[in-house]
Ligand binder design. Structure first.
Ligand SMILES: [Zn+2]
Length: 225
């Protein structure tokens, strides 16, 4: 029993507009995982299940959909579209933890814009017919991400969504304007990893030098200006 309470405090960032219904909230890690997935699959349509919780709230929005995990559907790398099978759904359902639900699905439209094809719509209505189940489509090449849902047979595009971040105790109270940073963080993480690998292969002093000497870059920029 017990409502879930963590020792972290959390902060929410709104992306787009706050819609009337339903309220959609992604954990920041899920957002990062989705963007990373999207960048790794730059051909055809790929995607997977969104797992999370539907929580009642005391507002006009009635409940919110919290997306906590992304579970990719295994696919051939040259697949042109994401086809979900009953087996995929059942496997995911069996692996759900207590209180978790399949709150929707996400898939990529690399470079061809964000919309739902008639195939996408049929697939959504087959597996995700509840109004609290969403279809999240990403075209990271165009930097577009949109969530849809269907309610009383009517398709709706959500005006926006929230990204929720757990704040470590030392971060609480720091305000940060946060719009483009999820992807930036992936880049930073990749750079950090690259530095680490360089450090391992070339010896730590190189890394130490790279970290210690940012000045030349600044100087070059200043001179060229
Ligand atoms: Zn599609």
């Amino acid at each position: 029993m017990g409502t879930e309470r963590t020792t972290f405090s959390t902060r929410r960032f709104l992306v787009g507009k706050a819609g009337p219904f339903p309220r959609l909230v992604f954990r920041e890690e899920v957002m990062l995982a989705l963007d990373q997935f999207s960048h790794l699959h730059s051909q055809g349509e790929h995607g997977g299940f969104l797992i999370g919780r539907k929580q009642d709230i005391k507002s006009a929005e009635r409940y919110e959909i919290l997306v906590e995990r992304f579970v990719p559907v295994p696919q051939r790398s040259d697949a042109t579209r994401l086809v979900i099978h009953q087996d995929h759904y059942r496997t995911v359902e069996l692996a759900l933890k207590k209180g978790e639900e399949v709150v929707g699905w996400a898939h990529t439209h690399p470079g061809f814009g964000v919309f739902l094809s008639s195939f996408d719509k049929a697939q959504h209505q087959r597996f995700f017919p509840e109004p609290w189940q969403i279809a999240y489509v990403m075209d990271t090449q165009a930097n577009e991400r949109v969530a849809y849902h269907v309610r009383d047979d009517e398709w709706q595009r959500l005006g926006g969504y929230y990204v929720i971040r757990d704040m470590a105790p030392h971060e609480v109270g720091i305000t940060s304007k946060q719009r483009s940073s999820p992807w930036l963080r992936v880049v930073v993480a990749v750079l950090a990893l690259a530095l680490l690998v360089t450090g391992i292969t070339m010896g730590v002093p190189v890394v130490r030098d790279m970290i210690r000497k940012p000045e030349p870059v600044t100087r070059t920029l200043a001179q060229s200006g």
